[in-house]
Design a protein around this ligand. Structure first.
Ligand SMILES: [Zn+2]
Length: 679
């Protein structure tokens, strides 16, 4: 064991230049032991803010701040060593969290404080913290009898490990597959920048020619642009069967059984706490009050968009048949035909747009926009330690120079990095002795890396993703709440967390925003007005089909968790085919295994919560309309948005935050209007 352990040092930022996998378990073990000793003393402390809440908050923060780099490095540098270190720490932390949530002595102290005169005199933040804590004790099983407590703890332990295994299986099957190409004619249609990337990847693996892998930009590029139908079919099949017993994958990574186990464990935990099913358990911490409210919401969207989606598919079919003799269109044709039709109808292609979105000016443009809106200064700093040379580090200061937040941005895909894009918490804003520790975020994207002479060029979809994640980042970093458990996104109802992120997406469609920073990477020419107008129009292009796809995922997740009964098992494929019969307009091949790689719901925290994207889009769409009505760059509306949402943490329910911002309840039509689907 190394002499000094950077995970145990109280540093302003994680020492990414020194943290090694072997530091993880010793650090987490030591902190947990110290925290457990502290919990013993807190049981006999006074039930006050200073004696109970402050020391517990500090102890919890220390543990989370030591664990966050471990969790993060497992996702962005997925080596067997990091994975093993993460899994070992996860086991210890899950055990500790359950021990804390079930600790009757500490719980009694929280109840005592809540019911005392002192409790009523606490700040609004602290009172919210108390409410959340009491709920967490209840949901952690504090009221269970000893035997059930032990059973619940065991379930949490096994569940955490099983969810981690789910992700490991997806990662392994994604990384294991590649396709070597030596005949360049198979790459017909693929843009030059994509070919250069595939060539780089082949070279890095000691091969000649081109190497196709399952990283998101590569799959996206092949499915949208490769003229070789067989190549599209091959890549589609590999991607749509990851972590299953279908397609080209190693069946030892099959998640079918993992899904059964996860559902069974979630169901047992919900039943122990007195809920009928997993969904009702999950809704306890959501805006939606009951399952029917969610089902009605999703059903209403489906009914209102279905005809549009049907018409869109019909026009795709006709176009594919007339122009390319493709009949019937298959799943692996959908993105390719859509892209061709978009070129035809809107005179717009990814390849025309991407040269205007080189990574560096695009990132800077987004930061400038946010700086102007909220009166911030966002500056890149070169002195922070990072885990890869692509990673940038920034700090956010307000107009008075006070530090508001800091973030790492890891923009490009790598084969050892998890797919998708996300924001994760590095440090939570909190009072740290006499100082304020600002929120620190990890922003992770998977844009196409630079290749040869060509810089990283983002598609417009990549730009939207970048803005989306930065919206989460703003919510985390601009908070002014100093109690860690209700600052930033903490304590916010899960079905409202996509509100700031999707609000941020709206800016990517505004011509006057894009013209500020989108410049051709070779000529320096500002993106033409006509192009931004076509881009804006393209938001509505095939929007009905895209909505149906999201509804398919949302309904599957919600019903799977609502209807699960141990006796009948998960019924994954049956349920999917029932939903597809109702919603899907194009046949799905029988080999497709959607659930087996659906990390959001099995290992990403969205249990019975995928509907949140659409649910929160009502809030984000309606909020953005306030900017459209009052002026996009009107500082008054931006300040109000910051005050009511971005800085407000989880102190108040989201419905109250929305009403404070908009002066009324949200209206779902905003979502449909943006998509051009409003009747
Ligand atoms: Zn999001």
């Amino acid at each position: 064991m190394p002499a000094s352990n950077p995970l145990l040092d109280a540093l302003p930022l994680p020492a990414f230049d020194r943290i090694l996998p072997e530091h993880a378990v010793p650090a987490i073990t030591k902190i947990i032991e110290e925290n457990q000793a502290l919990l013993e003393t807190l049981c006999s402390a006074l039930a006050t803010e200073a004696e109970l809440l402050v020391p517990l908050e500090q102890a919890e923060a220390r543990l989370h701040e030591a664990f966050s780099p471990v969790r993060h490095l497992r996702a962005v540098l997925n080596t067997p060593q990091w994975r093993e270190a993460y899994n070992a720490c996860l086991e210890k932390i899950t055990e500790y969290e359950t021990y804390l949530a079930q600790n009757k002595g500490i719980y009694a102290k929280f109840v005592e404080l809540d019911q005392s005169d002192l409790g009523a005199s606490l700040s609004t933040e602290r009172q919210a913290e108390l409410r959340h804590a009491l709920q967490a004790f209840r949901l952690g099983g504090v009221a269970l009898a000893e035997k059930e407590k032990a059973e619940f703890a065991q379930i949490q332990q096994t569940l955490a490990a099983t969810c981690a295994k789910f992700t490991d299986n997806v990662t392994d099957s994604t990384q294991a597959w590649s396709l070597s190409i030596t005949d360049e004619s198979r790459l017909e249609g693929l843009p030059e920048r994509v070919r250069a990337l595939l060539q780089d990847d082949a070279r890095a693996h000691g091969e000649s020619g081109w190497r196709i892998n399952l990283t998101p930009p590569c799959v996206q590029a092949v499915l949208s642009h490769a003229q070789d139908r067989e190549l599209r079919r091959e890549v589609y099949t590999a991607h749509a069967t990851r972590a299953s017993d279908q397609g080209p994958h190693d069946p030892t990574h099959d998640n079918t059984e993992t899904i059964e186990q996860i559902l069974e464990l979630r169901h047992k935990a919900a039943r122990l706490l007195g809920y009928d099913n997993i969904t009702e358990h999950q809704l306890e911490t959501r805006m939606a009050k009951n399952p029917q409210e969610v089902l009605d919401f999703l059903g209403d969207l489906r009914d209102r968009a279905k005809q549009t989606a049907k018409n869109e598919l019909e026009s795709l079919r006709k176009f594919a048949q007339n122009e390319y003799g493709l009949e019937p269109i298959q799943r692996w044709d959908l993105a390719w035909v859509s892209e061709r039709l978009r070129e035809r109808e809107l005179n717009l292609s990814d390849e025309e747009v991407a040269p205007y979105f080189a990574a560096d000016p695009t990132i800077q443009g987004m930061l400038d926009l946010v700086s102007e809106l909220f009166g911030l200064q966002i500056v890149r700093r070169e002195d922070a330690a990072v885990w890869h040379s692509d990673v940038r580090f920034y700090e956010i200061r307000d107009s008075g120079g006070d530090l508001r937040g800091q973030f790492y941005l890891d923009p490009y895909a790598r084969s050892d990095k998890h797919g998708g894009a996300w924001m994760d918490v590095c440090m939570q804003r909190r009072q740290r002795d006499a100082e304020i520790q600002p929120g620190v975020a990890y922003l992770t994207c998977n844009g196409m890396p630079p290749a040869g002479e060509v810089p990283s060029l983002f598609t417009h979809a990549d730009v939207v993703t970048l803005f989306h994640e930065f919206g989460h980042g703003l919510h985390h970093m601009l908070t002014r709440v100093n109690c860690a458990s209700v600052s930033g996104i903490e304590g916010v109802e899960w079905d409202a967390v996509e509100w700031p992120s999707q609000w941020m997406e709206n800016w990517c469609w505004e011509p006057q925003v894009l013209q500020r920073f989108a410049r051709h990477y070779q000529t320096g020419e500002v993106i033409p007005h006509a192009l931004t107008e076509r881009l804006r129009e393209s938001r509505r292009f095939l929007a009905g089909l895209a909505l149906m796809r999201q509804l398919e995922f949302a309904l599957f997740d919600f019903l799977l968790h609502l209807e699960y009964q141990p006796g009948q098992g998960a019924r994954v494929e049956e349920l999917l085919s029932d939903i597809r019969a109702e919603i899907d307009l194009l046949d799905t091949p029988s080999f497709v295994r959607t659930a087996q790689a659906f990390e959001h719901i099995f290992s990403g925290g969205y249990t019975a919560g995928y509907y949140s994207y659409k649910w929160a889009e009502v809030l984000s769409g309606d909020s953005f309309e306030a900017f459209e009505e009052e002026g996009l760059f009107n500082p008054e509306v931006a300040q109000r948005f910051e005050k009511c949402l971005l800085s407000a943490g989880g102190v108040r329910p989201a419905a109250e935050m929305f009403a404070a911002f908009r002066g009324r309840e949200p209206q779902s039509d905003a979502l449909l209007r943006q998509m051009g689907l409003a009747a």
